[in-house]
Design a protein around this ligand. Structure first.
Ligand code: AMP
Ligand code: ZN
Length: 112
């Protein structure tokens, strides 16, 4: 399996890390769509929301609880937008589950 986010977790590919714990990693998106744009990923390889089950409830809950903490830590203290693309039909490009957290100029009016 050749997953770029697993390679980032393993340290085989560089990333600008902003958070790490036993189960999660967050790093700056390489092609930001906002002044601040980070991705939060579980370290365990999970392809997408199409691949999760009830055993992932705790992981998914932790992911959402982490999001505002990480957002504030990168300067998005007045709020942020979050997004999960799921599957080819959802525009997903990297098939390792990730939560986009972005913001920074307050000018977002329409969903992406
Ligand atoms: P998605 O369409 O939700 O799968 O988005 C994948 C995101 O990963 C895009 O915003 C890319 O810019 C980002 N991305 C791809 N490769 C890297 C990388 N090596 N480091 C950081 N972000 C990346
Ligand atoms: Zn992976």
């Amino acid at each position: 399996m050749d997953c770029i986010f697993c390679r980032i977790v393993d340290g085989d590919l560089p990333s600008r890390r902003v958070y790490e714990d036993e189960d999660f990693l967050a790093f700056h998106d390489i092609r930001p769509i906002a002044p601040v744009h980070v991705l939060i990923i579980p370290k365990r390889h999970v392809e997408s929301l199409l691949d999760i089950s009830a055993t992932d409830e705790l992981m998914l809950g932790k992911l959402l609880v982490l999001a505002p903490k990480i957002a504030v830590s990168v300067g998005l203290d007045t709020g942020f937008r979050s997004l999960i693309n799921t599957g080819h039909g959802g525009g997903q490009e990297v098939f390792h589950l990730h939560l986009h957290v972005f913001g920074g100029d307050g000018s977002y009016r329409t969903p992406i």
